[in-house]
Design a protein around this ligand. Structure first.
Ligand code: UFG
Length: 336
């Protein structure tokens, strides 16, 4: 019996493989490697001593994906595969809707045909939209999203709610991530973005290792305590363990949205200072104009995950920084 992990060669997928194997599961990975690394899966095999069957296929391909369900006895699926760059989604909306919706629709069709009804979906706090009060509470529902990436996540949530209503055996968790950072404590796997990183933590780590000259802090006069944006950063291994908890939650049928965050906001300047004090590496930075579409601050109400899944984030900001630096300093060029 195995768990199918789509997008298992990517950043969150690869860390979730370790959490699943630690919890005693066998895993099967499908990933087209458009933004993931086969090397990540190979390293996890080395680290855990487990063989992980790997299919380099497109999750949207009906024949190839259904073959995976014939080859293995799959009991549950964690679905990460998809496109995830906010800025790129504005340039390429057709790709984002086609890939993110197409993979999900094909996946649930193949699952139903194979009689597999347990699904954990990689959603995002972005579905709350710009008007939601903080902290974000699941019961608020979905707001107006401001880019095709976020809209594709909100659309998929709606699709999966409808799918769950159509057949009573479905157990679907929509996990709304806040800002995952860090790496496995071994330093063997971590975040390896292609090109210029869009996100704060990988950009800062690449500055620290000398790949980039300085960090640009987007905006210094937000209505926040120090004028920079605040986010709810959580350790990627906590997030990974949240997926295992969702998979093991047999209390609900249907479809449920659950926040995965720490419940505490941290500003960009606080992030820089936390990284510097843990690593003793200075991060040169300048405060520049705001980035279009950034919200001043948001963080999770994390109580539903605790109550429903018995999950809460347990790793500190300091550990997030230590593990990021351990990975980046051991692998300055990522998996290359
Ligand atoms: N930031 C900088 N400089 C950088 C990169 C980021 O100052 O070089 C700032 C941003 O302005 C923001 C904060 O750091 O204030 C965090 O930015 P990230 O890009 O790391 O994360 P976001 O909160 O913007 O984005 C995350 C996810 C998206 C998701 C979004 C909303 O990466 O997938 O949250 O939920 F859509």
């Amino acid at each position: 019996m195995s768990i199918l992990v789509t997008g298992g060669a990517g950043y969150i997928g690869s860390h979730t493989l370790i959490a699943l194997i630690d919890a005693g599961y066998r895993c099967v990975v499908v990933d087209d490697l458009s933004n993931g690394s086969a090397e990540a899966v190979r390293r996890i095999e080395m680290l855990t001593g487990e063989r992980i069957p790997f299919y380099q296929i497109d999750v949207a391909d009906p024949l190839l994906l259904s073959k995976v369900f014939y080859d293995h006895l799959i009991t549950g699926v964690i679905h990460f595969a998809g496109l995830k760059a906010v800025g790129e989604s504005v340039e390429k909306p057709i790709d984002y809707y086609q890939v993110n919706l197409g993979t999900t629709l094909n996946l649930v069709r193949c699952m139903a045909e194979a009689g597999v009804f347990k699904l954990v979906f990689s959603s995002s706090a972005t579905v709350y939209g710009s008007e939601a009060p903080v902290p974000y509470v699941e019961g608020y529902g979905r707001g107006i999203t401001s880019n095709p990436y976020g809209t594709s996540k909100a659309m998929i949530e709606q699709v999966l709610e409808d799918v769950a209503k159509s057949e009573s055996r479905w157990q679907i968790s929509l996990l709304r991530y806040f800002n995952p950072i860090g790496a496995h404590s071994s330093g063997v796997i971590g975040e390896d973005p292609q090109g210029v990183p869009n996100n704060l933590m990988p950009f800062m780590a690449q500055v620290a290792v000398g790949r980039r000259a300085a960090l640009q802090v987007f905006g210094g006069d937000y209505p926040t305590p120090d004028g920079t944006c605040r986010r709810d950063y959580l350790h990627v291994m906590d997030l990974a363990e949240g997926h295992v908890a969702a998979l093991e939650n047999n209390h609900h049928l249907g479809c449920d949205a659950i926040n995965l965050g720490t419940g505490s906001p941290v500003s960009v300047l606080e992030m820089i200072h936390a990284f510097e004090s843990v690593t003793n590496v200075q991060i040169p930075f300048t405060i520049v104009d705001k980035r279009a579409g950034d919200l001043p601050e948001f963080w999770a109400d994390a109580s539903k995950a605790k109550q429903l899944l018995g999950w809460q984030a347990k790793r500190s900001l300091e550990e997030m920084m230590i593990d990021t630096w351990n990975w980046q300093s051991k692998n300055p060029d990522g998996y290359r």
